[in-house]
Design a protein around this ligand. Structure first.
Ligand SMILES: *Cc1c(COP(=O)(O)O)cnc(C)c1O
Length: 359
């Protein structure tokens, strides 16, 4: 932490703008430089490039302030997920939403197939069933909203049950971002991010992060990062921090656009379902004519880009089941819309035109 660390009672928009800045002393740059270094002069705290970097540290300080904990950055969201799942002992039970991000599901299945852990996948909206599953758990993984089903978990209720069983509570906060939800304040032990998505926000960098308030957990996780070496690139950390500066504005605009799109899409004859949890910038639509109509839709727009990933400034979409790894509980004709920050009238006209064109 620098001496100019923002006071903890500042509001999110201010923390996003001011977190991780160099001190306000003459000739200091306003932004932390990109420090390209594999090693440092001996005798200090950093020593070697796998152990730390001033550019990562600035990003971590800003994200930590936003989530209300201490952050560690990783090379990708899945590197952060793997590091957290590795916290539990041999043969421990991990409870997770059956509609978690498919990379998380694949990691759980991989660990289970090698006898490393046991996992129980649950309907995260069925709080009673989740609470029951917590009994024997060592780690309860939450993703809320889930990707792309957009289900919401009752985080405080599940947190209480998980902690009563002595389990870690982890929340993948990629979709909500700390602007809309701060899981550590709700009692979670660990927050995980795919920084790649909203935090960096411009579809140009792959990065992940873990945040915790627990100093012991922080030390264990930092130790794992030092040892495994899944560290971010320095340019990525700089881009992620640059992106973070406008997180609140981008989330606010994406949410306003998503809310309005949801309103206008409701009852559209080409759609069976429009899913929107009431916050955030992701809307999932289910095409009445299934996968063929969904695939056709992704080829008929000019502004909406057919691409995986989400949380960039530009509107993107994809049919999730085009990925073989996507859980079969996701409808075949579901298209996940990552609503961007463009003018609503333009992205609406483009999408509505394509939908009407499906006939
Ligand atoms: C994309 C994503 C991840 C994985 O992050 P990467 O940066 O792609 O490794 C994890 N969780 C959620 C919810 C995601 O959307």
């Amino acid at each position: 932490m620098t001496e100019d660390s923002p006071a903890p009672d500042l509001r999110p928009a201010t923390l996003a703008v001011t977190g991780g800045r160099p001190p306000h002393t003459p000739d200091e740059p306003l932004n932390v430089p990109i420090t390209m270094a594999s090693t440092y002069v001996a005798g200090g705290d950093l020593e070697y490039g796998r152990y730390g970097n001033p550019t990562w540290a600035a990003f971590e300080e800003a994200l930590g302030a936003l989530e209300g904990g201490r952050a560690l950055s990783f090379s990708s969201g899945l590197a952060a997920v793997a590091t957290v799942l590795d916290l539990v002992g041999h043969d421990s039970l991990v409870v997770a939403p059956r509609n978690s991000y498919n990379g998380t599901i694949l990691q759980l299945a991989d660990l289970e197939s090698r006898g490393r852990i046991r996992s129980e996948l649950v309907d995260i909206t069925d709080t009673d069933a989740v609470v029951k599953a917590c009994d024997d758990a060592a780690l309860v993984w939450l993703e809320s909203p889930t990707n792309p089903a957009l289900e919401i978990a009752d985080i405080p209720a599940i947190e209480a049950a998980a902690h009563a069983a002595g389990a870690y509570v982890v929340v993948d906060n990629t979709f909500a971002t700390p602007i809309l939800q701060r899981p550590l304040e709700l009692g979670a032990d660990i927050v995980v991010h795919s920084v790649t998505k909203y935090l960096a926000g411009h579809s140009d960098a792959l990065m992940g992060a873990i945040v915790t308030r627990d100093e012991e957990l922080y030390a264990v996780l930092k130790g794992r990062r030092d040892l495994i070496g899944a560290v971010p690139g320095t340019l990525e950390a700089f881009l992620a921090l640059r992106g973070l500066r406008t997180l609140h504005l981008r989330v606010e605009r994406a949410q306003a656009n998503a809310t309005e799109l949801t309103r206008r899409l409701a009852g559209h004859p080409a759609l069976d379902e429009v899913r929107y949890p009431g916050f955030g910038g992701i809307v999932s639509i289910v095409l009445a004519q299934g996968a063929p109509a969904a695939d056709l839709l992704t080829r008929k727009t000019s502004l909406w880009v057919h691409a995986t990933s989400l949380g960039g400034v530009e509107s993107t979409f994809e049919r999730r089941r085009r990925w073989k790894s996507e859980p079969a509980t996701i409808p075949d004709g579901l298209v996940r819309l990552s609503v961007g920050i463009e003018d609503i009238e333009d992205i609406w006209a483009d999408l509505a035109g394509a939908l009407d064109d499906l006939g």
